[in-house]
Design a protein around this ligand. Structure first.
Ligand code: ZN
Length: 293
């Protein structure tokens, strides 16, 4: 575990107008793995997707949440990662049969990557879909950036049982016009020499030093990253209300209780007949005013 685990480290190659981000997940990644058993090959993809979500989040200026969803026809049916604008992450997946190690397209088949950005309020939801038919997740993300941002962007991702990490380089928007292609190529080439092992064991500042020791680098304050699931009993109650008694009461009669399972954090919310009665009864009366107390 590196000293900069569970943080996002931003830096700037000032001379070249290239910004960089390093993400290293440790406890936040283990929190995902503690809640479910995933086949190792799927687990590694999920770790890469989680690192990618945090890196993408770092390129955005917004309040809300971002989701990355890999979907396909192969043994991996889908993997979904959500990252809030303050770097709270959660992830889950569905698969069937054996997931073999190897290129992404062998695991996901006819795949696609769906990027969804949901601002907290005001602005509309943004969604982009790119093919996920190459050997790596990074290829699909490069495709996405080429289409949506029109800025030179490259990512390197790596994950295993005890870490998930990544590096992103992106041309700054104001530097794009007078882009020095040679500098961009050199910086990308240097970054490409970084090994998965270095991403796992070196601190973010060590990585920056190793790669860019000849450059003027400005390093910013690291930002903490954590696992957090946004589910709650209150939210589940709201969902049950939306479904209505016509949907829920037959379930109650069949099972004696209604159980809702959160696939992200594995939390189970159970409602007995009294709970269900209350949930639908409160529909009929005004909520108590908070100012009465
Ligand atoms: Zn949950």
């Amino acid at each position: 575990m590196s000293a900069s685990a569970d943080t996002l480290q931003a830096f700037l190659l000032e001379e070249h107008g290239i910004r960089g981000r390093i993400i290293q997940l440790d406890a936040s990644w283990r929190a995902v793995l503690d809640r479910h058993d995933y086949p190792p090959a799927l687990r590694d993809r999920m770790g890469e997707l989680m690192a990618a979500a945090a890196l993408l989040n770092a390129t955005l200026d917004y309040q809300g949440s971002l989701s990355l969803q890999l979907q396909g026809s192969g043994p991996i049916h889908w993997i979904v990662v959500e990252c809030s604008s303050n770097y709270e992450l959660r992830a889950t997946a569905r698969w069937s049969g054996a997931v073999a190690p190897g290129p992404l397209n062998g695991q996901i088949g006819q795949g696609r990557l769906i990027i969804t950005i949901t601002p907290q309020q005001g602005e509309e939801r943004y969604q982009a879909i790119v093919a996920a038919e190459g050997g790596t997740l990074a290829e699909s993300l490069h495709d996405y950036f080429a289409r949506s941002e029109h800025l030179h962007t490259r990512l390197w991702l790596s994950a295993g049982a005890d870490y998930a990490a990544g590096l992103l380089l992106q041309q700054q928007p104001d530097a794009a016009q007078e882009a020095d292609h040679d500098a961009w190529n050199r910086m990308s080439h240097l970054s490409g020499t970084l090994s998965g092992d270095e991403l796992k064991t070196c601190s973010a500042t060590e990585i920056i030093k190793r790669l860019f020791h000849e450059e003027d680098v400005r390093v910013f304050e690291p930002v903490p990253v954590s696992f957090r699931c946004s589910c709650s009993r209150e939210r589940v109650v709201n969902t049950l209300r939306l479904l209505g008694p016509g949907e829920i009461k037959p379930l109650l009669e069949e099972h004696g209780e209604v159980t809702v399972h959160c696939e992200f954090c594995n939390q189970r919310y159970s409602f007995d007949p009294v709970d269900i009665e209350q949930i639908f009864a409160t529909d009929l009366i005004e909520p108590p005013s908070k100012t009465q107390h």
